[in-house]
Ligand binder design. Structure first.
Ligand code: SF4
Length: 298
């Protein structure tokens, strides 16, 4: 049965894979790594323009390593979770200095790079270097759990059962394992989605244990639903960074910081605003100047 699932998904991938610019061997392994870091917590379709501009500006790790933090944070734009941008630059420095600007091609060495966790190391090993490695992200966990076990994957940290399942389901053929990782992940992103899976157009509907069981517990989550964005510290941090980006690149670009009165006009709740400014400073995303004005890091 698993072999039939694999063949159907491979055929579906062949015709339906989204034409993303980092797929199908059109970029370097470094470009694949950048796409994976950007796609964490951000939808791939939203990532495309950012990735394209980023790779045009900094085509390799050495180029990114040489950029200023302000340039990197500005280019990250509205991708969200901007600490990822600084971690990516740390990673670029390590690749440029330790590995002569060539991304290492094995999982263990990739994992040793700053900001590279299990998911990114395995995704880059598989997608960029064609290694046989199980890739485990929320989409893959959801599809494998539904199709092969007939139960909902309820989010949170990956369980031992889910890890064993991903390792066990991985085809032994190396090339097939790469297509398997990509096709299962893509199915989870565009067909077998968390809340409204499109079973009516799914290429493996006839083989899916979850569908056969009546989709028990569809959409149930172990974790709390995501905090709404409006009014959160994430929103306030984003507003402050946006103002600093605009000041750096706009017509009022200036060497001085954003003055305190303009900072205070950004958000009414000044206690929350100050806490967010302090956390941005802690994260190395802004500098607070002696007169209280703010800039992107210099
Ligand atoms: S049949 Fe439905 S639940 Fe099963 S894999 Fe396809 S989309 Fe997901």
């Amino acid at each position: 049965m698993r072999e039939t699932v694999r063949r159907r998904l491979a055929a579906w991938w062949e015709v339906n894979a989204r034409d993303l610019p980092w797929r199908f061997g059109r970029t370097t392994p470094w470009g694949v790594l950048v796409s994976e870091v950007m796609s964490q917590q951000t939808q791939m379709s939203r990532v495309v323009p950012y990735w394209t501009e980023w790779m045009r500006t900094w085509p390799d790790a050495a180029a990114l390593a040489a950029a200023s933090a302000a340039e990197v944070i500005t280019a990250w734009g509205r991708l969200g979770y901007p600490r990822r941008a600084l971690r990516l630059q740390e990673c670029a420095r390590a690749v440029a200095q330790r590995y002569d600007d060539e991304l290492p091609d094995d999982y263990e060495t990739l994992l040793s790079l700053p900001g590279v966790g299990d998911y990114t190391a395995s995704a880059v090993s598989s997608f960029a270097f064609g290694r046989r490695v199980p890739v485990i992200d929320t989409n893959i966990r959801r599809v494998l759990s539904r199709v092969l076990l007939g139960v909902e994957s309820r989010g949170g940290a990956a369980t031992r059962t889910e890890r064993d399942l991903a390792a066990d389901a991985l085809p032994s053929d190396v090339a097939e394992s790469v297509v398997w990782n990509q096709s299962v992940m893509e199915l989870g992103a565009v067909v077998c989605t968390a809340k409204k899976p499109s079973c009516e157009i799914c290429p493996i509907a006839g083989l899916c244990a979850f569908l056969a069981a009546g989709r028990p517990g569809l959409g149930e989550r172990r974790t709390r639903p995501r905090q709404r964005f409006q009014g959160t510290d994430r929103q306030v941090r984003g507003i402050v960074l946006d103002a600093l980006r605009r000041r750096r690149t706009g017509s009022d670009a200036s060497a001085s910081g954003l003055p305190r009165d303009e900072v205070e006009a950004l958000w009414k709740d000044h206690a929350q605003l100050d806490a967010c400014i302090a956390s941005l400073d802690d994260d190395g995303l802004i500098d607070i100047l002696p007169d209280g004005s703010l800039t992107l890091p210099r």
